[in-house]
Write a protein that binds this ligand. Structure first.
Ligand code: GGG
Length: 358
């Protein structure tokens, strides 16, 4: 029997609640299939550790994760710590050293969930957003001088490298090729950002020549928000910079019904280091401890993790269970307009996993 080493990092706020739910579901799947085991090691990294010890994770923490088959991550962010400290201190402090450069964010309208867009149903909105996850606006370049003085200044430099853009572009074209519509939309802001974004457009055209079977187009990020809202059916696979895709994927999640169901995979496609799977949502301190966090984004992320490590039957079984349970409004948490609790949704998913023979 195969045993996979999983690093669990619940992090902050509702991250702790949804990862706990996710681990129960993963255990049920391993038991149900009998063909694999998960050896889970939990790391108490996050904002509480920052308050105790001054850092969210150890300085060489990313190295401690290298021997794992995958990382299962919750959320980071605390109301009493500046957001840039928590984001850079944990999530980016893992993604960047482990070179998880392709952040993959599928969005579709699950059965039983309604889009806020009138008349838009599952057949109209089935996207995968690929977020460049290693550089761009998140390269960490910039600085602040003359603090507190009238001529105080601050810079954030977006860095785009040929290697960085080429590899994420190739990943996105490959992904588009693997999907039935073979359709890719490249998002930039190359009218205003006339260096890095113009290079994106050029590299997109170069890489497109390697994929003659993929239809592609390009669009400015501002126009993209309109297209996502007004013509969702015109989109399939989407690739954008770190910041643009972060913003667009929140919009995508809302258009598909709730950020509470939106998953992510931070992939190192060459598998030279482990990949990390997490819900898109953050720590949501407004609902922490109330037992009403939607665990579905975490379950969907867990399905992506199982798929990545090669347990495709369990991955599909979990996706099917999510669809069955979401089709029943009794299992909708408040973000979806319902009254279900995290525990009720988790128990219902586990029941389906145990009961169904397919
Ligand atoms: N589970 C996702 C999460 O915790 N995100 C925290 C966050 O602030 N993300 C912003 C970003 O990645 O740009």
């Amino acid at each position: 029997m195969k045993t996979y080493k999983i690093a669990s990092i619940p992090g902050d706020g509702i991250g702790v609640e949804v990862i706990d739910a996710g681990l129960h579901v993963l255990e049920a799947l391993a038991e149900r299939d009998g063909g694999f085991k998960l050896d889970v090691t939990s790391f108490d990294w996050g904002s509480d550790r920052y308050k105790r010890e001054g850092t969210l994770m150890p300085a060489d923490g990313a190295e401690d994760l290298r021997d794992f088959d995958a990382i299962f991550f919750g959320a980071v962010g605390a109301p009493d710590i500046p957001d840039h400290l928590t984001l850079w201190g944990l999530r980016l402090n893992i993604c960047q050293p482990l070179d998880q450069y392709a952040n993959v964010r599928p969005t579709r309208i699950l059965p039983g969930i309604k889009s806020p867009l009138a008349g838009v149903t599952a057949k109209d909105l089935d996207w995968v957003i690929v977020r460049e996850n290693s550089e761009g606006e998140y390269a960490g370049q910039g600085g602040r001088s003359h603090r507190g003085q009238p001529h105080e200044m601050a810079t954030d430099l977006a860095v785009f490298t040929r290697v960085g853009v080429q590899r994420v572009m190739r990943y996105a074209f490959e992904l588009a090729r693997s999907r039935p519509r073979k359709l890719l939309t490249v998002v930039t802001k190359s009218n205003a950002q006339r260096y890095g974004m113009v290079m994106w457009d050029e590299i997109a055209a170069e890489v497109a020549a390697e994929f003659p079977d993929v239809t592609w187009d390009k669009i400015l990020v501002d126009a993209m928000t309109v297209r996502m809202t007004m013509k969702p059916e015109s989109l399939d696979t989407i690739v954008a910079t770190n910041l643009h895709a972060d913003i667009l994927s929140d919009l995508a999640a809302a258009l598909a019904g709730s950020i509470g169901v939106a998953p992510t995979a931070n992939l190192n496609p060459e598998r030279t280091s482990p990949s990390m799977f997490e819900p898109i949502h953050g720590s949501a301190f407004d609902i922490t401890g109330k037992g009403i966090a939607n665990p579905v984004a975490t379950f969907w992320s867990a399905s992506m993790m199982l798929d990545h490590i090669g347990e495709t039957v369990a991955a599909e079984r979990l996706m099917k269970a999510i669809e069955v349970i979401m089709a029943n409004p009794d299992f909708h948490t408040p973000d979806l307009g319902g009254t279900a609790t995290t525990d009720q949704v988790t128990a219902a998913i586990i029941d389906v996993i145990r009961a169904r023979n397919d």
